[in-house]
Design a protein around this ligand. Sequence first.
Ligand code: ADP
Ligand code: MG
Length: 393
Amino acid sequence: MAVDDVDALPDRNAAKGFYSKYEPKEVLGRGGCSVVRRCIEKETGQEFAAKIIDLSDSSDTSILEGTQREVQILRLVAGHPYIIELHDVFESSTFIFLVFELCKNGELFDYLTSVVTLSEKKTKTIMKQLMEALKHVHNQSIVHRDLKPENILLDDNYNVKLTDFGFAKILTPGETLMELCGTPGYLAPELLRSNMIEGAPGYGMEVDLWACGVIMYTLLVGCPPFWHRKQMVMIRNIMEGKYSLQTPEWDDITDTPKDLISKLLVVDPQKRITVTEVMQHPFFQTVKVSVERPFNARKKFQFTILVVRAMVRIQRLRFTPEPLSLATARVDPYRLKALRKVLDQCAFRVYGHWVKKGEGQDRAALFQNYPKMDRPIIGSSNGPGPQFVLTPA
Ligand code: ADP
Ligand code: MG
């Protein structure tokens, strides 16, 4: 069966169990050989998401075995608030149906495309939940191997639900992996090395922490760290750990999240921060000061006045725009935060549909603000002035 035909509802006889219990509805998402549909449990009227996996296209048993492994792992990691819950499984010779809890707010990927970037506070919430989910997974010696915003779903309250354990693997003590799997922009250097260099030592759970670094970077500034339109250059950038926290987008971001990213995107997996250490990083610590002091009415009053004054100043600050020098705006508009946000948001509003799933990298093209030298720039006499170059995938 062609991949397109997966959209057609599969033979009802092949999966009587599923159809007698659930009413399938619209498509929510797609994978390589699966379609995910919203469905309704007939008896309770409750909504779920059914991942319908087509086995008929595959001549070998790899998809069947892969799905059985996915189910085994989903059961091992079950019962965590930030991991997707598998509700039901139906298996026929041609299709497998995995019934999951429904995440009404879809993928973090689409959420990010709609808002362009996330604040530090929102990033902290999402990353903390992701790390808690990952800790639960790693505690059971399971490596996910495909962490990316497409596989992080958001429930009704915008809480994280980690999903897609299709590439996940249980590691035996001391075991290292060699297999090349995952999504290009999120691949860790040691995983690439295992495939490119003879005698490389293989990789382990550290690859998930690298992917978390890529995700966190992307959430904060909207574009991924290693992107290059030539994939080989991107792979070289990954292997050399070549990325920047100095571009204009980073100007308004504090040092704590930058420090965490720099500890996640460490080329040597042995020196990379672990999931337990991440949870203790200052980025996730809320400072609570509770010092017992005798009550002093005068001091309290003075302090209140200071707070009110500060509040008024902060409120007024919002209406005071950044000083905008015409000279800067003319040569480098992207340097000015106010203009940059407007430019990025406009670019996403017009060209956001170019950001393709499964690749995640062409998101960066919407942030490219330097001239592309292999094409003539219209309206410019070869001047080096900044320009958006928007390259559809
Ligand atoms: P694949 O292994 O084929 O990538 P996924 O399990 O990642 O399959 O599902 C593909 C897409 O379907 C997801 O990226 C998401 O958009 C959608 N999806 C999957 N599970 C759910 C769910 N429980 N609720 C809502 N949407 C879902
Ligand atoms: Mg997926």
